[in-house]
Design a protein around this ligand. Structure first.
Ligand code: GLU
Length: 571
């Protein structure tokens, strides 16, 4: 069949019925059945190949994305894997959108003093992270199982084969991996197993290009492949919990029941419009969707397209919009199973239009404060969780028109430093606020047993107004993630850039009082222009790593961040 976009009207109920938007009625949706080959975009060429291999075997976008998540556990162990969690968005060729929340949970024993010392003060970050205390129950295998049950085509076991092969036969360490391992050696080599995998006998990191294997991880993956997710959540539960508990100070720690009781959760996507597009991303416990949609929604009344990408005013507006969006995020975003999160109200167009009025093209907001969306009684206060940079995003489209956007993480580089069964365990719990309350007011994102820490991850799918998916995108980089996605969408939508060029646009990150500009990638004259508007500006390395697949010219095209080792490939 010719490689063109085939559209048909949906006779079934509205395709995006599961999606919450701040605007009614939702845009009409029709489905798209492209007939061109699938595409995979990931942060590592070996993971990209794993995904493509699965597509070539007749696997769906979901199958390919599971193979990618597993391969990244092997080749990019510093960033993500089966020891962590993630969020998954899927749009199928019939027009249905689902999201799966595979976020880690705090053990039942974790209380609001989990990250406080005996004086009631927050622990030092190092002390909090390199410990069983920071480890949440991993969610990625449960997420993969849910996704596979919903949209898998190949056998579960088949999806593990590329990762098992990599772990058994070996892969070459990349410069990026070596750089991370050098910088956070105390985590990478915290336990003997990690040290033995990636360091020589003198404790030096093996140079880039060294071929290494991870037979223990291969064995773990083989067992989960043949016995199913139960192997992870039941057979391994005792040993995993004991390992974490043995590395957790005090008596309260993770138990096998925390692990056997874990489940990934289907949630509604959170959607909103920006100009002529519908943008759907991950709602709470992630702050991804609300922050991306707020940044863009507050910019809607400005002529971003007309002013262009070299305009100081545009980047000032982008900075101001971030400051407002992050003020809301700090106050309101947390696990919706534990605290009321006004997610829908925060992206309501009327609310965003009112917030936008606070932004002036020629003046800086002195102190941005959180707004009060409709129906909200403001009972929470800002938290203080530190920020880190691990994570991997992957985007996949298959030839049947199914689209996946999955961001996967172990939180900081090498997570907690604990390693079990050949994989690093996350430190996701440090995404909670260490302080449970400030001046007597509770923090929404405080630690509670069974709760999921707030995330910044923003796996996103963008639709045209006919409901056709045109872009699937996401990023790694802690708190910068929603900004990377919003910036790329501004480039893609306002300046009609390709996904690749939109990702490559310079980064500007402004969650608070200071604007960070990306080292060696600055719009000429921008620092001076922003300073003239009263901003404090600093230039630093910003951890951008985005991956996307877009529909363009009648086919899927991959895009990978030029700052990363990422690649995309066609089936
Ligand atoms: N754990 C972070 C989050 O969920 C992501 C960490 C990162 O990307 O560096 O938002």
């Amino acid at each position: 069949m010719k490689a063109s976009r085939l559209l048909f009207a949906l006779s079934a109920p509205l395709a995006l019925a599961a999606c919450q938007t701040g605007e009614e009625p939702r845009p009409a949706v029709s489905a798209q059945v492209p007939t061109t080959p699938g595409v995979v975009s990931t942060a590592d060429p070996r993971a990209t190949e794993a995904g493509v291999e699965i597509l070539r075997q007749g696997g769906s976008a979901t199958d390919a994305s599971i193979a990618v998540m597993l391969a990244l556990t092997v080749v990019e162990p510093q960033s993500s894997g089966i020891g962590g969690g993630g969020f998954f968005l899927h749009h199928d060729a019939n027009g249905e959108l689902i999201t799966i929340d595979g976020r880690e949970t705090a053990p039942a024993a974790a209380g609001s003093d989990w990250f406080l010392d005996s004086e009631g003060e927050p622990l030092g970050y190092r002390e909090a992270v390199i410990s069983g205390r920071s480890v949440g129950v991993p969610g990625n295998i449960a997420l993969a199982a849910e996704a596979h049950a919903a949209h898998g085509e190949l056998e579960w076991e088949a999806l593990f084969q590329p990762a098992i092969r990599l772990a058994r036969e070996g892969w070459e360490l990349t410069p990026r991996f070596v750089n991370f391992a050098e910088r956070v050696q105390e985590r990478a080599a915290h336990q003997a197993e990690g040290a033995a995998l990636f360091f020589d006998d003198d404790g030096n990191i093996l140079p880039a290009g060294t071929r290494v294997t991870n037979p223990e991880l291969a064995q773990t993956l083989e067992a989960i492949a043949s016995a199913g997710p139960e192997h992870f959540y039941e057979v391994m539960a005792q040993g995993l919990a004991e390992h974490i508990a043995a590395n957790t100070p005090g008596d309260a720690a993770m138990t096998p029941a925390d692990i056997t009781g874990y489940s990934a959760t289907m949630r509604d996507a959170l959607c909103g419009t920006y100009r002529d597009y519908l943008i759907c991303s991950m709602g709470p416990p992630s702050s991804g969707a609300t922050t991306v949609l707020a940044i863009l929604g507050q910019l809607e009344r400005f002529d971003i397209a007309g002013m262009g990408a070299d305009s100081v005013t545009v980047w000032h507006l982008f900075a101001e919009s971030q400051r407002l969006a992050y003020a809301d995020r700090e106050l309101y975003l947390a696990d919706p199973d534990f605290v009321p999160v006004p997610a829908q109200q925060l992206v309501d167009p009327v609310y965003l239009a009112a917030r936008s009025e606070l932004i002036a093209p020629d003046m800086r907001i002195a102190e941005p404060e959180a707004g009060v969306p409709a129906g909200v009684i403001q009972a929470f206060t800002d938290g203080d969780e530190p920020e880190e940079h691990g994570t991997s995003h992957f985007s996949v489209a298959d030839s049947a028109g199914n689209v996946v956007s999955w961001t996967s993480t172990i939180e900081g580089p090498f997570g907690s430093g604990l390693i079990y069964g050949g994989f690093y365990l996350n430190n996701e719990l440090t995404d909670f606020s260490f302080r449970p309350e400030v001046d007597g007011a509770p923090v929404a994102n405080r630690v509670e047993g069974g709760k999921r820490p707030r995330s910044s991850m923003a796996p996103t799918i963008v639709f045209d107004m006919d409901g056709n998916p045109v872009l699937t995108i996401g990023a790694a980089g802690g708190g910068t993630i929603p900004v990377q996605v919003a910036k790329a969408l501004m480039g893609y939508i306002d300046w009609s850039l390709s996904a690749q060029d939109a990702i490559a646009l310079p980064m500007l990150y402004s969650p608070g009082d200071t604007i960070s500009l990306e080292e060696d990638n600055v719009v000429p004259g921008l620092p001076e222009g922003l300073e003239a508007l009263g901003h404090t500006v600093r230039t630093r390395s910003l951890p951008s790593k985005a991956n996307a697949v877009e529909w363009s010219g009648g086919r899927w095209i991959g895009a990978a961040d030029p700052r990363s080792e990422g690649t995309s490939a066609t089936q």
